[in-house]
Design a protein around this ligand. Structure first.
Ligand SMILES: [Zn+2]
Ligand SMILES: [Zn+2]
Length: 254
């Protein structure tokens, strides 16, 4: 019993001595006002020379993070989190999740249709070529109507029309409503998810798509079949609207 007590006292004395020697090098620690940190923790270090004492060590308190680089179809974006205590930051990659409705409506607006071409591929399906055409059907291309009359069933005509010769912008914009499209990440374009209607016709386009590149609107495509009421001709249209005026079609904040 007595021997055990002596051993305990000796050990206690030994540890106390070690603790004093290893702690503050015989000075009272003063901790820095600036935080030190690694990727996991932050702390305040003693300013004393050769002193390794630290205080207030804790893991970071990350905020909700903010998008510091916006993701596009072509490249992931960056989200940056900041520790609310020490201001240390960490980043994570964010993939493109599609545009907001506000962004979409800013870009796909008639005012932005300043420099585009419409590549129109038309196929006449029904063989009743002698019938009289209603020129108003042909998107106001009255000067080109003669060309269309000359087509025979099964023939395909292809033409490119400059934007300056047409007044289609508002109609096309109405067709490409945000709520009717969904982002196809694999194809890197937006695709019509349900029925959409062409404002100047009763037809419903199939496979309407819209494509952005580096945050800029570059292409809208839509295909549809329509019947001319007067002539009874069935026609397949395969239209591509290409944009070259990138400055007016860029996703905001890029
Ligand atoms: Zn110290
Ligand atoms: Zn921190």
């Amino acid at each position: 019993m007595k021997r055990t007590l002596v051993l305990l006292l000796t050990l206690t004395l030994l540890f106390s001595t070690l603790a004093v020697l290893s702690s503050c090098n015989k000075h009272e620690c003063t901790f820095a006002t600036e935080w030190s940190h690694d990727d996991t923790n932050h702390w305040r270090a003693c300013v004393g020379e050769d002193c390794v004492e630290i205080s207030e060590k804790a893991s970071h308190t990350w905020n909700d993070g903010e998008i510091t680089t916006k993701a596009t179809q072509e490249a992931d974006g960056v989200k940056t989190y900041t520790c609310s205590v020490c201001s240390h930051t960490k980043t994570e990659s964010v993939s493109f999740a599609g545009m907001t409705k506000d962004e979409w409506n800013l870009i796909i607006h008639p005012n932005n249709f300043k420099n585009y071409t419409l590549d129109m591929k038309m196929l006449i399906v029904t063989p009743s070529i002698d019938a009289q055409f209603n020129s108003s059907l042909i998107f106001k291309f009255t000067e080109d109507a003669t060309y269309m009359y000359a087509q025979s069933a099964g023939q395909t005509s292809e033409d490119t029309y400059e934007s300056s010769s047409m007044d289609l912008a508002a109609d096309i914009v109405a067709m490409f409503d945000y709520d009717n499209f969904t982002y196809d990440a694999e194809a890197k374009l937006y695709r019509a998810k349900g029925k959409i209607s062409i404002p100047w016709d009763d037809s419903e386009p199939t496979d309407a798509t819209i494509r952005f590149e580096n945050g800029k609107l570059v292409e809208m495509k839509y295909s549809y079949t329509t019947k001319d009421e007067d002539s009874g001709l069935d026609m397949d249209f395969d239209n591509t609207v290409k944009f070259t005026d990138y400055g007016t079609t860029v996703i905001p904040n890029l």
